[in-house]
Design a protein around this ligand. Sequence first.
Ligand code: PLP
Length: 219
Amino acid sequence: MSISDNISKIKLQLPEDVTLIAVSKTKSSEEILDAYNAGQRDFGENRVQELLPKYEALPKDIRWHLIGHLQTNKVKYVVPFVHLIHSIDSENLLEEINKQAGKINRGISILLQIHIAHEESKFGFSTEEADKVIQLCRNGKFKNVRIDGLMGMATNTEDQTQVRTEFRGLKHFFDQVRQPETLNPKLVTLSMGMSSDWEIAIQEGSTMVRIGSSIFGSR
Ligand SMILES: *Cc1c(COP(=O)(O)O)cnc(C)c1O
C-alpha cells in the first residue's frame, strides 16, 4: 500500500469532524510530499530540530503540529509558524510561549497534555494541575496563548479495555472543563488516538487523531 492509499483508507473510516494529523517524524521530505500530494495538510513532528528544516523545505500551506515534549529554550524557533502545540506540560512552558508570542504579536494555539497512562514515562499534567492552568488562562495570565483543548496518550498495552477507560476518563474531564461553553477559552479539540488505538479513541470522543506508522510505515 502506498502512503496515499493508507491516508484514503483511514479517511474513509474517520468521522468528518475528526482531523487527521499525519505524524511524519523520522520520515523524509519526499514521503511527506507524497502525503501532501494526496491532499494531506496537517502534519505532526515531535522534535524541534527535525521540524525546522522540514518547515523550511516543504510547502508553506502545511499546518505543522508539535506533538512531542517541548523544551523552553526551543520555543522561540517554533512560535513564528507552528499551527498547534499539543504537548504543553508545564506552566513554565506556557509562560515562555506567551512571552515569545508577544514579541512577534502572534497568538499561539495549544493543547494541555494530560497524563492518562498508567506509565511513569509519559509527560503531562494531572487533571488538578490542568484545572488550575485553565483558570489562570481564563483570568488572562497568558494573553498570547489560546488553550484549544486537551491531548492525551493511552498506555501502550494490548489491553483494549484499559485504553478505552483512559480515553473515556480524558473525555469526561474535557466535558467538565468545557462547561459552560460560553467561557473563554472555548475548548474544542480533544487530541487522542495513534496508529494502535485511534479507532477506540474516536469511539470515545476524539476530535483529532495523530497517526504515523499506519500512514508512513514503521519507523
Ligand atoms: C509518534 C507519535 C504518534 C504516532 O505514533 P504511531 O504509533 O506511529 O501512529 C502520536 N502521538 C505522539 C505524541 C507521538 O510521539
